[in-house]
Design a binder for this molecule. Sequence first.
Ligand code: SME
Length: 160
Amino acid sequence: MYTFEIDAAAPKAELYTELARTADALTGSEDDAVANMANIAALLWEYLPDVNWTGFYRVVDGELVLGPFQGKAACIRIPFGKGVCGTAAQSGETQLVADVHAFPGHIACDVISASELVVPVQLNGTVIAVIDLDSPTLNRFDAEDAKGIEILAKIIADRI
Ligand code: SME
């Protein structure tokens, strides 16, 4: 059993430092990609307040395919360039979306999602997956969240 002391009142930077430390410890000696993505999705779900979906889409044969996640069942395949996830995968750049309804082509997997953060996971310069976070609150994510998830993506890139 894994239990974590999560101080919800801690500054965001501390929360992400702790999340990264825990994720590193959980995945560092395991080379099964599915197990590692499943645990990261669960950690994100447990650590981050005010989220309704946390998880992965993996690049498989040139498109994004749903990976381990927490939250409601989601759309399975997303072409590169489509939606927030496909835009992140195609551009290789983090997508910080304050209002998903204002994002052209946003793919609504859960109607309550209002804002979204998608961070590409790159290995040797190639996008291999994206980490997707959804929130029911508008403007839930900021640059500190993006930085925290980008650091996490680097830590786990060769473990998923
Ligand atoms: N909203 C995403 C689709 C994935 S779900 O949020 C889990 C998008 O527009 O790519």
